[in-house]
Design a protein around this ligand. Structure first.
Ligand code: PEP
Ligand code: MN
Length: 372
């Protein structure tokens, strides 16, 4: 059940109400919505809910049943009410917020391959208006013989390039044992499609103070994606960004099939921000801009796009990575589509006029950055 209090009820009375509910065996969550507080009872309905006692409480305005099977991710528990998206801050820059009016573009290589590759790509995407940098250091590869990422060294490089560019870093975590290490370097921890239902990992991410980018599994339903978010949120971390990245279908012309309808469905079901990965869906750089623009038109709050300063040298997902000029062209089109959707692109960090002097990777690693 979902209880909405009357306006202006004091915090002590909310606490007392929650204590009473919890004594009846219900876990509760309180979300402030303007001058009212919404108290959600998380567990399955029980006798206490049916008893009707709660109706007598003078502080309570209304009691409703949950309208959806998930709880914290659902619009029933939305801090902003029935239509708002909950904004999630991913960095210190003013516009580094996913779920506000600005559409956030996260861009960078599939994998971190070395300092020069990462640096050139990061400066390029920053100058083209990206708000955050992506790059995998720990890679979930289908083949165990394929490049598995630079691991801890890749995370160090991401920290270093974040320091140089001011771009917040989004990078993947594969395993519960890596969560603390990745959280030291990342502003946002990505859960890849292959791990969407790794419930031990989701639980571990529920206890960290960093936003999580949760990608939809390529054989997962929208409901399963929302329950995966719920696994993180029930552990205490409410900063979950959902990502549609294509699902597996009979179609073989593209790597996956981008489920555009997932965007309006998710916007109807959840207050969490929704972003789209057109790169893994398409598997082909030429198709990426059209899918990115379609995502904006359908209401996405952001994009995560693979970009490489030299795509032909890429060690993973070579065919789908945009070159820097192609990314700039995609961004120009995105500006127009955002305006047509009544939105704008989030501003990236201001352009750097002087590129930093070349430093060798060893020298760069000696200047180890302090993770923020
Ligand atoms: C990625 O973003 O690098 C990635 C591996 O994506 P996905 O988990 O969607 O396949
Ligand atoms: Mn990739």
């Amino acid at each position: 059940m979902v209880i909405t209090t009357r306006p202006g009820v004091a915090d002590q009375q909310i606490d007392a109400l929650r204590e009473r509910l919890e004594r009846c065996g219900m876990r509760t969550l309180a979300v402030r919505r303007g001058s009212r507080v919404v108290v959600g009872c998380l567990d399955a309905p029980g006798a206490a809910e049916d008893s009707g006692d709660w109706q007598q409480d003078v502080n309570i305005e209304s009691i409703m049943a949950w309208t959806r099977p998930y709880r914290l991710a659902s619009r029933d528990a939305s801090p902003g009410g029935a239509h708002d998206t909950t904004p999630i801050r991913i960095g210190s820059a003013r516009d580094a917020v996913v779920g506000g009016n600005g559409i956030v573009v996260i861009a960078g290589p599939c994998s971190v391959e070395g300092l020069e590759q990462l640096r050139a790509t990061a400066h390029g995407v920053r100058n083209a208006g990206a708000t955050a940098l992506r790059g995998g250091a720990l890679k979930p590869r289908t083949s165990p013989y394929a490049f598995q990422g630079l691991g801890a060294e890749g995370l160090e490089l991401l920290s270093l390039v974040r320091q140089e560019t001011g771009l917040p870093v989004v990078t993947e975590v594969l395993d519960t044992r890596q969560v603390d290490l990745v959280a030291e370097h990342a502003d946002v921890l990505q859960v890849g499609a292959r791990n969407m239902q790794n419930y031990a990992l989701l639980a571990e991410l529920g206890r960290i103070g960093r936003p999580v980018l949760l990608k939809r599994g390529f054989a997962a339903t929208i409901t399963e994606l929302l329950f995966a978010a719920e696994h993180i949120m029930t552990r205490g971390n409410h900063d979950v960004i959902l990502c549609e990245r294509g699902v597996r279908t009979f179609e073989s012309a593209t790597r996956f099939t981008l489920d555009i309808s997932a965007i309006p469905v998710l916007k109807r079901e959840t207050h969490l921000p929704v972003i789209v990965d057109p790169s893994h869906a398409a598997g082909d750089a030429e198709l990426v801009p059209a899918l990115a623009w379609a995502a904006i038109a359908a209401g996405a709050d952001g994009l995560i796009v693979e970009v490489h300063a030299r795509p032909e040298q890429s060690r993973s997902d070579r065919e789908q990575q945009l070159s820097l000029p192609a990314f700039s062209a995609m961004m120009r089109g995105a500006t127009t589509f955002a305006a047509a959707a009544g939105r704008r692109l989030a501003r990236g960090a201001p352009a750097i006029v002087e590129p930093p002097l070349y430093v060798s990777r060893q020298a760069a690693l000696r200047r180890r950055p302090v993770a923020s």
